[in-house]
Design a protein around this ligand. Structure first.
Ligand code: C2O
Ligand code: CU
Ligand code: CU
Length: 478
């Protein structure tokens, strides 16, 4: 049995004692800087998660069956690492959905402990959203119905178990859910093999190559993975690619810069919730945990043979500043394009109310709290009327000690107005479901729930924080 109270009590300190079955012994090692020799950067090829195949298709619906189970993955070359995975894989299979067509996923829990599946960024009914109260018991299954009534976007699915999401996502329970639509296809953006999802995250391994999870252990998670491979390389043709970047880390931020010097321009085309109204050129993009950004990069501007490194300028050493490398090949014909107009503007209109939401580490208890309280799934923390726009001012009060937080809302896409009073730009001006909240500062969001009544979570998506209580729920009322 898992000890949920243990996780909370241990708070910001290591919670090895609360580790999942079969992993308890791993959490007790000393905090050596590097427990395993990672391969030299850019020595393993990138892999792209396989696409899930429906077991059945009807005129309206694609049906999938997935089993959530313990498995093994070759993350470090030649090393078999125990993981938890959808279909036993890390990352899980990619679900490709089409707006207007339903997706029904039957998830069977073949693990020895509970799990629950959340579609991050999906506008789904509360009962399909993967609320921690709707856990799938070991041996049981649950059908998730996703209506896909929202614009094309890079979404992802991951575990959301009560107090355990940090460890379970860390151990592999995450996959892409790529939603397309007609409008997007008509634009002529790079597609097919030139549309590459990239799940960026960090990990920590012990000397035997097992994932080593300790709560809030971000300093020691120093191996960067892309789609489950350490600092890989990808051979690309000399043409345009769409790169769908997801920060799948529990706690690490990425500031991504392509190439050397000030960075080679990337064309930002989409944020969490889908296409921006117009492309934006950027030399770097910052992603806090769970954020997505889609960029188009034209590798035709490099001479064949050029090696272009994707850097993380938030990194502190070689292991954490080099994310992956693109090895540019010959030019090929390229009929894709990035039009001047992309998606619809996301304007939530006049707000009728404002509220403040405060996030902090409560130093007297060692707990991560929202408005002074840890998550209680039986408590409703706010009520909001369906169809009414509100301004939420979200504060990060953790100046001393300084702790980064971000803010994620289920069941809707919000509009970020400003951060510390300054308007946001680039991908942050698009449809968002997750946003960074600066230390000692605030972000203001326009939020509106348009569709379903019921309870939706909001929380810090530094998953170790949410697992330790930094989560709350809103009830959407008529
Ligand atoms: Cu990525 Cu509450 O979710
Ligand atoms: Cu979510
Ligand atoms: Cu946080």
């Amino acid at each position: 049995m898992l000890s949920r109270r243990g996780v909370i009590r241990l708070g910001a300190v290591a919670a090895g004692a609360a580790a999942l079955p079969g992993t308890a012994a791993i959490g007790r090692r000393g905090r050596a800087w590097a427990d395993v020799t990672a391969p030299p950067p850019f020595s393993v090829p990138l892999s792209v998660p396989e696409t899930a195949v429906p077991v059945r298709r009807t005129a309206t619906t694609d049906y999938y069956d997935m089993t959530i189970r313990d498995g093994a993955a070759e993350i470090l070359p030649g090393v078999s690492t125990p993981i938890m995975g959808y279909e036993g894989r890390f990352p899980g299979p990619t679900i490709r959905a089409e707006a207007g067509r339903r997706v029904v996923v039957r998830q069977t829990n073949a693990m020895t402990h509970e799990t629950v599946v959340h579609l991050h960024g999906g506008l789904v009914a509360p009962g399909q959203d993967g609320h921690p109260a709707d856990a799938i018991a070991p041996g049981a299954d649950r059908r998730y119905v996703y209506g896909n009534r929202q614009p094309a976007a890079t979404l992802w699915y991951h575990d959301h178990s009560h107090h355990m999401e940090a460890e379970m996502v860390f151990r592999g329970l995450a996959g892409f859910y790529l939603l397309g639509d007609r409008r997007e296809r008509r634009l002529g953006l790079p597609s097919g093999r030139y549309d590459v999802p990239l799940m960026l995250r960090d990990a920590r391994f012990d000397e035997q190559g097992r994932l080593l999870f300790e709560m809030d252990d971000f300093r020691y998670r120093n191996t960067l993975l892309v789609n489950g491979r350490p600092q890989p390389y990808l051979r690309v043709a000399g043409r345009k690619y769409r790169l769908r970047l997801l920060n799948g880390s529990n706690e690490r931020y990425f500031t991504l810069r392509l190439g050397e010097g000030d960075g080679d321009a990337m064309t930002v085309i989409a944020s969490d919730g889908g296409l921006l109204p117009a492309p934006v050129t950027a030399a770097s993009v910052t992603l806090s945990p769970a954020e997505r950004v889609d960029v188009v990069v034209d590798f035709a501007r490099y001479r064949p043979g050029t090696r272009v490194v994707l850097h993380n300028t938030d990194g502190t050493d070689d292991a954490t500043t080099s994310v992956m490398r693109f090895d540019v090949g010959h030019r090929v014909p390229d009929f894709s394009r990035v039009p001047e107009r992309l998606g619809r503007a996301h304007d939530l209109g006049e707000a009728v109310a404002t509220r403040d939401i405060a996030m902090n580490l409560d130093l007297s208890t060692g707990r991560f709290v929202i408005d002074g309280r840890t998550f209680d799934m039986d408590r409703v923390d706010m009520r909001i009327k369906r169809g009414e726009t509100e301004i939420w001012r979200v504060h990060n009060r953790d100046v001393q000690p300084s702790v980064p937080h971000n803010f994620h809302v289920h069941g809707t896409h919000f509009q970020v107005l400003d951060r510390n009073g300054r308007p946001v730009t680039g991908h942050e001006a698009g449809r968002k479901d997750t946003v960074a909240v600066p230390i000692g500062g605030d972000v203001r969001l326009k939020v509106r729930f348009d569709r379903y009544l019921g309870r939706y979570l909001y929380h810090c998506h530094l998953l170790d924080h949410s697992s330790m209580g930094m989560m709350a729920q809103a009830e959407v009322i008529a």
